[in-house]
Write a new protein. Structure first.
Length: 360
């Protein structure tokens, strides 16, 4: 009888997830396995809610955004400070009930954390991981799929905002996703010609921001584009709410509106009008989930496909407790524990490299 492989997608969706699913299913079925998709991440495991995936189900899906098996932010192990119950017994019972031989877990830090704990727990050690996040902040892999697409979307948004900001001589603050790391703000900001880039790694100083805006106006470049990561810090009120998800992550979003207000007030108070009717204005745009939606770029389709194919190879070679990862141009296996429990942040050198274009 064919061995049954379970797969799940957990955490925020990322363009390229369907390419991974297709890679696993095509490689799995060609090698004589059955592949079952758990619906909505770990929630599907807890509820023994899974369906068999056929070649027809995955035909051409590498070109589609989202995930055909759904996702959620559902933990199975207790989280510090959350008081959620340990539901790993239910998860293991359901994997056994469905006759799952191995589980391929596609997700970011939180999801892979659950996978690593399940592997180490020994009750169900046949676990393999696939790294995913548009934030590109997962350790032990050079890039995650979804990041390239999200950067492309944000860079295109910046391109469009240049023309309108320039016409109205406005300051435009564009908020880009990135909870712990500023990879997206940095790369989209570089590609989209942002004059100021603010990331979570480097606490920003409003006086420096005002200085760049003033210098641009003084030099006759009457507009400024600011790319700010949602997790950037430097002002008291950074937006977002106290609300946390099941993994304890706070809900971010809103730093751009706060910056808009501060900059608007500062412009009015500190800048001299070029003519009496002139209005100094700041506006903001929060890109939000636009960055996660839609079709993946060719790069993410290929990276996702390769990771899916290679994850299935780890199952075949019984390389449990490992995650496929991109290292240079090669896909290699790394221990799950190397990926979790911290973040891959933007190094100072990358920030400094981008900073020489600040204000230009
Ligand atoms: O982790 C990816 C991500 O898109 C972050 O950039 C963002 O902070 C978060 O997910 C948003 O999550 P949700 O869609 O659950 O609000």
């Amino acid at each position: 009888m064919a061995q049954r492989i379970g797969i799940l997608t957990g955490g925020g969706d990322a363009p390229g997830l369907n390419a991974v699913i297709r890679g696993i299913v095509v490689n799995g079925i060609s090698s004589g396995y059955e592949v079952w998709g758990f619906i909505d991440g770990w929630a599907g495991v807890l509820n023994a809610n899974a369906k068999q995936l056929t070649l027809d189900d995955v035909e051409d899906i590498h070109r589609q955004g989202g995930t055909i098996i759904g996702t959620s932010r559902t933990p199975i192990f207790p989280k510090e400070g959350k008081g959620n119950p340990d539901r790993s017994d239910e998860a293991v019972a359901s994997l056994k009930k469905l006759g799952i031989h191995a589980l391929i877990v596609i997700g970011g830090d939180d999801t892979q954390g659950e996978a690593d704990r399940l592997f180490k727990d020994k009750r169900f050690p046949h676990v393999v991981g696939v790294p995913k996040t548009i934030d590109n902040d997962l350790r032990a892999t050079d890039y995650t799929f979804g990041f390239n697409t999200a950067v492309e979307i944000a860079a295109q948004a910046l391109d469009r905002l240049h023309t309108t900001a320039k016409s109205h001589h406005r300051v435009l603050v564009v908020e880009i996703m990135g909870r712990h790391a500023g990879w997206m703000a940095l790369e989209a900001g570089m590609a989209g010609g942002a004059h100021i880039i603010l990331t979570p790694e480097v606490k920003f100083d409003m006086n420096e921001v005002y200085g760049v805006i003033k210098e641009r106006y003084d030099n006759g470049k009457g507009y400024t584009i600011i790319a700010v990561a949602e997790g950037a810090e430097g002002i008291e009120e950074s937006g977002g709410s106290e609300e946390t998800d099941a993994f304890g992550n706070v809900k971010l979003g809103g730093v751009c509106e706060t910056l808009e207000k501060l900059i608007q007030d500062w412009l009015v108070e500190n800048m001299e009008k070029p003519y009496p009717e002139f209005k100094f204005e700041a506006r903001s745009v929060r890109l939000g989930h636009l960055q996660r939606g839609g079709a993946p770029t060719a790069y993410d389709r290929i990276l996702g496909t390769r990771l899916g194919v290679q994850a299935m190879e780890l199952v075949k070679s019984e390389t449990w407790g490992h995650m496929v990862s991109l290292q240079g141009t090669e896909i290699k296996a790394v221990k799950l524990e190397e990926a979790v429990g911290g973040y891959k942040l933007v190094p100072d050198s990358r920030y400094e490299e981008a900073k020489i274009f600040q204000g230009l």
